[in-house]
Design a protein around this ligand. Structure first.
Ligand code: HEM
Length: 437
């Protein structure tokens, strides 16, 4: 591989010492100005090539996607949890699974999902009172878990005594620890962290097994994605287990983060919050089937939040043959990083990139951004299958919160984030809810 630009490292450790710096995403976001379209860093024994030219990102994700497979941190740490589910499957297996799961994400399904989103959001709003300061990230995780479990598996978590939020907290803490320390001891080594993680997976497996078994024993009672897969007969219980765990994890965490970051941004930008409340009050018929979908401002607020705080901060790929990117030969197997965090804050692509300006999405130049410059849900054949559902949730949940409450940030602490499996706030996001009259 030819010599690429990048930060200078030490002979043995490469850039490892810089990688451990506290604010690694901040360090990365300076790369486009320093190094241009492509840069290389070396962490421990791993070379990572960061692609910063939207054309290269589009080449990898869309135009020449067949030359790349998944790789990197996400794959290494999640494979024992989500197995061969859709996020990690490759080749024919991925193609056929994606085909079988697509119907559950069809636009026609969104009306019934909207009803479930409304029901669970209403219930959550009823648990809050005027003046409450709530741990908003946790509240949103609980809500999005209830929604996804109801929408895709026809199970209402409110009437079950399964503590799925705590189980997933344990799982995410484990990934965050590895991402922060880069210490990855094989899971069979009985450290206390590994034991807690294995215990959490064990509890999750029991719950998922119970959900699938209920479907098998009482098929007439369920109208769900699992029922559809069981009807096809080619799916084994173990394969369905992998998809259920994949969808539970991928379907709630990122959406909850989007809602928490967006509410934080509204809480700390009173003018934009007031405009959003105004638009909701003026334009929305109260009980339409899919409320708030026509709101341009909510749309731009969510887009801008996903630009500034993308729940997925990076996508990793490895070429399956030697390729040329930005004029450089990249060898087969090289780990490529396509970072939403870096690209969405690239000053060559966005004016005042670190500022929250939802109205930037009104401009003609951003009405249809190229998939290589804005990709919160990835792009190409492996684009997020849940994007439509996530955006539906985003608008309904935010709209319903703003109808009833004015969200405020209690202390004006700035929001710092750290990379884990997803983009995590470094300390919990708190929101003060003031009831509207
Ligand atoms: C704001 C919310 C969400 C964000 C930002 C997000 C982001 C992403 C991204 C970036 C990918 C591509 C990963 C890669 O190729 O390496 C992806 C894939 C995926 N997402 Fe999402 N996602 C969100 C919500 C959801 C929801 C609600 C579901 C399911 C209900 C879901 C299920 C999946 C699945 C199954 C894949 C793998 C698709 C495939 O490879 O065919 N996601 N998501």
């Amino acid at each position: 591989m030819s010599q690429l630009p990048g930060p200078t490292g030490y002979p043995l450790i490469g850039n490892t010492h810089q990688f451990y710096r506290k604010n690694i995403l901040k360090w990365f976001s300076a790369f486009p100005e320093k190094y241009g379209d492509i840069a290389q860093i070396r962490v421990a024994r791993n070379q990572i090539v960061l692609l910063m030219d939207p054309n290269d990102i589009q080449t990898v994700l869309i135009d020449e996607n067949k030359k790349y497979r998944k790789g990197g941190f996400h794959k290494r740490v999640t494979s024992s949890l989500i197995g061969n589910g859709l996020v990690l499957a490759e080749g024919d297996r991925w193609r056929s699974n994606r085909h079988d799961l697509e119907p559950s994400f069809h636009p026609q399904k969104m009306n019934s999902y909207a009803n479930q989103i409304k029901t669970h959001t209403e219930y959550k709003l009823g648990q809050w009172e005027d003046g409450d300061i709530v741990m908003f990230g946790n509240e949103m995780k609980e809500l999005t878990l209830r929604i996804i479990t109801n929408a895709l598996f026809d199970i209402d978590l409110r009437s079950e005594n399964w503590d799925l939020p705590s189980i997933f907290d344990e799982v995410i803490d484990y990934f965050t620890y590895i991402a922060q320390t880069y210490v990855y001891l094989p899971e069979w080594i009985p450290t206390s962290r590994n034991r807690s993680y294995r215990r959490a997976i064990g509890e999750l497996d029991e719950i998922v097994d119970e959900i699938i078994t209920r479907h098998i024993e009482h098929p007439e009672e369920y109208d769900s994605l699992i029922a559809d897969l069981l009807d096809q007969e080619s799916w084994t219980k173990a394969e369905i287990r992998d998809e259920v765990v994949t969808l539970l994890l991928a379907g709630h965490e990122t959406t909850a983060l989007m809602l928490a970051y967006t509410t934080y941004l509204l809480g700390s930008n009173p003018d934009i919050r007031a405009q959003a409340i105004n638009e909701i009050d003026q334009n929305e018929p109260q009980n339409s089937e899919k409320p708030f979908q026509q709101s341009n401002l909510l749309d731009h607020i969510l887009k801008e939040s996903l630009r500034l705080y993308p729940p997925a901060y990076a996508i990793f790929r490895q070429p399956t043959e030697d390729v040329i990117l930005s004029g450089h030969k990249i060898s087969e197997g090289t780990l490529l990083c396509l970072s939403q965090w870096v690209t969405h804050r690239d000053p060559r692509l966005y004016e005042s990139p670190h500022e929250f300006q939802p109205d930037r999405w009104e401009s003609d130049s951003l009405s249809a951004p190229s998939p290589g410059m804005y990709f919160p849900f990835a792009a190409g054949p492996r684009r997020c299958i849940g994007e439509r559902l996530a955006m539906l949730e985003g608008k309904i949940v935010l709209g319903m919160i703003l109808e009833k409450y004015i969200p405020k940030v209690p202390s004006q602490e700035s929001l710092e984030v750290i990379p884990s499996l997803s983009t995590q706030p470094s300390s919990p996001i708190k929101i003060k809810l003031e009831r509207r009259n």
